[in-house]
Design a protein around this ligand. Structure first.
Ligand code: NI
Length: 181
């Protein structure tokens, strides 16, 4: 299919609340998901949400075996998640550095729930019900935020812990294990 241009921060389409999918197993949905995987892999993303390619539907994908943008992180299973719902399993949160293909070359520190359960559907309409922790949980929360028009820059712990990746690495704020690009 096709690698699609990724919208960047400032594009108002990234701020919209997306619409639920009501029909599964359609060519249109399958094509959208193929384009999302092509785009995510071309950009070495850990995940991608449909609105990032200008499609206002509640579809996210994520997962990788090894990711050059997050070399220290354990693998996350390749997942298509449609109409997702997230519930934290406890109150524990952890801080970590995030990046986003819509905010290229930058990183910011964000606090996320450590343990979550997420539910939704795959492309064929099969129900998913998964528990996740650590970076897996972080990626799911980041991607699902996109469906409500929320970019991680709106959730920064401290606006001083946000900046260009190279400068953060040079300053020792960001470890190479968390990022090298
Ligand atoms: Ni993102």
């Amino acid at each position: 299919m096709a690698i699609r241009p990724v919208l960047r921060l400032g594009d108002p389409r990234l701020l919209e609340v997306c619409t639920e999918i009501t029909e599964f197993n359609t060519t249109e949905l399958d094509n959208l998901i193929t384009d999302m995987f092509d785009t995510m892999q071309a950009e070495d993303g850990a995940g991608l949400a449909a609105p990032q390619i200008g499609i206002g539907l509640r579809v996210v994908i994520f997962g990788f075996d090894k990711n050059p943008r997050y070399p220290g992180m354990a693998a996350v299973p390749m997942t298509v998640l449609i109409n997702p719902e997230i519930s934290p399993l406890d109150d524990k949160k952890e801080s970590g550095w995030e990046g986003c293909l819509s905010v290229p070359g930058m990183r910011g520190e964000v606090s996320r729930f450590s343990h979550i359960r997420y539910t939704g559907y795959d492309a064929a309409g099969n129900r998913l019900d998964v528990t996740a922790e650590g970076f897996h949980a972080r990626v799911v929360q980041h991607e699902c935020d996109h469906l409500d028009g929320i970019i991680y820059t709106q959730r920064l712990n401290d606006p001083r812990k946000f900046g260009f990746t190279q400068e953060l690495l040079d300053a020792g704020m960001l470890a190479v294990a968390e990022h090298c690009e």
